[in-house]
Design a protein around this ligand. Structure first.
Ligand code: UDP
Ligand code: MG
Length: 338
């Protein structure tokens, strides 16, 4: 059994040489004040600067600081996932490696967590990012929530405290493209959010641009909704109906004696009707592909919060993998009633 710590801090870093030392120092101070055991897991996502060297030095001085170094840049999500799967904490604390999430704000998240939540998100009161960066995320998020009905908590960040079992369950899901906050909703974990300060980036540059954000949102959309497929079908039905309507309208006009060249009308109606039917057919095919896709994601159908009266070995097979991570449960009983 891996020894459990109370807090595991998971930090993805990609070319953050100007930030890691200060971040580690401030984090250690904050975590020591809580008087709970902790580890800080940095995941170096293929940095090309001095980040890994600095992390090695930090770890040599303080064994509570650890590093996982990726062979190349695999992206923030992959890094976070690797960190969570390697972290043994009763609680996972996640934050960015660029000091934009001040570690001192963690106290607020911990206080809220202690009120009995499994996930506490830090919400930025005033976001210190360039205007286009903020607008882009806002646009994407509202599209997700309103048009596609993907349940997402409002304005959450990657600054959060998550129940270790829940985090490991999500990180261990077989699907490749993973949206942590959307999947967190899927697990049914009790969540809350608190306002936190957001600091501007002092060292280094943001690793996200508009195109990356757009791709991200597109992934989120196809990962959590098959609604676009239906929209295509709906659009097709409208086009086909328009074709029929237009044809009928012209025929009525002709019958009433208007001077109309019929060849053009029949051609136009036929194109609209056929085009519409093709879109409908595409959407039907898409619907099947959508189902295949959902099947291949391999998400379990449910997440069990509690079982009463069963022996530990008879847990549901579908979530067995996640349960395997919970082996430390008895060693560190959950003081928050998880
Ligand atoms: N990051 C990473 N791999 C990447 C991109 C970013 O590990 O490919 C890390 C980065 O070092 C930082 C965090 O993810 O710790 C958030 O990235 P960034 O600050 O660039 O994003 P923003 O704050 O602009 O959303
Ligand atoms: Mg940042």
């Amino acid at each position: 059994m891996t020894p459990m710590v109370f807090h595991s801090v998971v930090i993805p870093v990609y070319n953050e040489e100007g930030n890691v030392r200060e971040l580690a120092e401030r984090l250690v101070a904050v975590l020591e004040r809580t008087e709970k055991s902790f580890e800080i897991v940095f995941i170096d996502d293929g940095s090309r600067d001095q980040t890994p060297t600095m992390l090695r030095a930090l770890s040599a001085r303080d064994p509570r600081i650890k590093m996982i170094r990726f062979a190349r840049n695999y992206g923030q999500e992959a890094a976070v996932q690797a960190g969570i799967l390697r972290a043994s904490g009763r609680w996972i604390v996640q934050l960015d490696g660029d000091l934009q999430n001040p570690p001192e704000e963690l106290d607020k998240l911990f206080d809220k967590r202690d009120q009995g939540y499994q996930i506490v998100y830090g919400v930025r009161t005033a976001r210190r990012d360039p205007v286009h960066r903020v607008l882009a995320s806002k646009l994407m998020m509202s599209l997700m929530r309103r048009v596609l009905d993907i349940e997402l908590p409002e304005d959450v960040t990657t600054f959060r405290v998550i129940d270790g079992d829940t985090a490991r369950l999500i990180a261990g899901l077989p699907e490749k493209k993973k949206f942590f906050s959307a999947l967190a909703v899927w697990t049914g974990a009790r969540s809350a959010s608190v306002s936190v300060e957001h600091a501007p980036r002092v060292h280094g540059v943001t690793k996200y641009n508009l195109a990356k954000l757009f791709n991200h949102s597109f992934d989120l959309m196809v990962g959590f909704s098959t609604r676009p497929l239906r929209l295509i079908g709906g659009g097709g039905a409208l086009v086909a109906l328009f074709g029929v309507g237009f044809g009928l309208f012209r025929i009525a006009q002709k019958l009433l004696g208007a001077d109309i060249t019929m060849g053009y009308t029949s051609l136009f109606s036929a194109i609209a009707i056929l085009g519409g039917l093709q879109l409908i057919a595409l959407s039907v095919i898409g619907e099947y592909i959508g189902r295949i896709f959902i099947q291949t994601q391999g998400r379990p159908l449910y997440n069990i919060a509690e079982e009463v009266g069963f022996s530990r070995t008879t847990r549901d097979a579908g979530v067995e993998e996640a349960i395997a991570h919970r082996s430390g449960e008895e060693a560190a009983p959950d003081p928050h009633g998880g």
